[in-house]
Design a protein. Sequence first.
Length: 555
Amino acid sequence: MGRRRQRERLWIQCVVLLSLLNWSAAQISYSVSEEVDKANDADTGSNSVNSYKLSPNEHFSLDVQSGGEQSVSAELVLQKALDREKQPVIQLTLTAIDGGKPPRSGTLHIIVNVIDVNDNSPFFSQPLYKVRVRENAHFGTSILTLTATDLDEGVNSKIVYSFFKRGNWDPSIMFSINSDTGELTIKGNLDYEKSPSYEIRVQATDQGHSRRSTHGKVLVEVIDVNDNSPEISVTSLMSPVKEDAEIGTVVALVTVSDKDSSKNGITNCKLTGSVPFKLKSNYKNDYSLVVDGPLDRESESQYNVTITATDEGTPPLSSTSVITVHVSDVNDNAPHFSEPVVNVYVKENSPTGDVIYTISAFDRDSEENSMIMYALLGTSNSIPSSVNINSDTGDIVSLQSFNYEEIKTFQFKVQATDSGVPPLSSNVTVNVFILDENDNSPGILAPYSEHGSVNTENVPYSAEAGYFVAKIRAVDSDSGYNALLSYHISEPKGTNLFLIGTSTGELRTKRRMSDNDLKTHPLVVLVSDNGEPSLSATVSIDVVVVEISVILIRT
């Protein structure tokens, strides 16, 4: 029972709370101490408290001091800096020992709670964050949540996330960060073609008294989507191209580009429609547009060549470009006359210098190759100098007045020559027909042809109706209707004794003679042609009625 009382006296139970606010893992102070409660022993003298002993540990030691008889004290001395993050609580056992024999002891349990100081910087869960996001992702899309940890506690471990601006680029233009959660979201329009990736510097800062920060890096890789159609550009266009260009002649250089990447940026190029050209691949996306068939400017003077480029994205995008290729002329067409023979009709007596015809040829070529000059090649069965031609207009001009009665037709050739190099030409035959004009009066033939003479014919008194008196013959140098003659008795008008055949010129009696009839009948016969106006000639005949005895027999 005495021993128990003695142990109770020696037993001191206390908890020591050491507020070591200025201690850190980098600071070691051996002067810092804390006086522990003094142990009491009811005994005296050498049987009282003689010494103290501290349980083994790496942080604290015991400084025991003697103050005289029955006066021994102990101080707890810090030997090594504390680190709350490694050992937030340290439990020690202090033993007080008396000097009796046998010695008796009492123990004191000391609990040291290490109070946190902001001696740890935050750290990210990984030094480099990598994330992939599709371009054109919607605003507000979450792409990543940063995680930072601080080994401290309380406000010393409360972390605020922010961007760390470096250089001229401000990440807050394209992204936003939640300061509490570390969530990164899209704020701007991501465009792979403008920037395939973004390097963002981030910062985690605790809220301790002396704030500590750490930096991290986020690499945002923008995933390309097929949002760009191929672009077609013509870097060189050789237009016009000659129509006699050989197959394989380069007409244009074409470049196709696509701002997308991978398959989205791989393009295939082709021509649409039927054209005498093809695309020849040079290198990657460079092509040559070359002649692939015969060209004929006269059939097709220009071609609208449609180029279609399609990428290999899903879904594929395509674009078209139209190249206009002009075809230039070469002198491959001779002048052409509409007919191989031209018939020209010219009135006789037409004035000298009249344009009797305008010859015209057509050349399918263009410009100088189609400029035509005309020339006479020669004449046949005609006066060589009877016509001339205007070399520019093709006007054929008469150099004389034609007389149908002298020449009725003649022929010559006209040559049309273009101005190409070398020049090409073709010929046309011109037949000139002289048209008769009524410029000749009828001519009376013998025996009545003597101008101004009066001819006499006898008719027997007993002649019956229809008796042949005379036959008037006449000719006309003109032709056609101009030479078609008709005969009429112009004097006396309305005679009832004689008649004349209008087409034969035969003068006959209309009835028998009577005693009341005159013995002499002066007649004037008019011979007229059918021209416009009509020309005529007259012959005078005196018909004498005689007795039968003096009638001359006519056959």
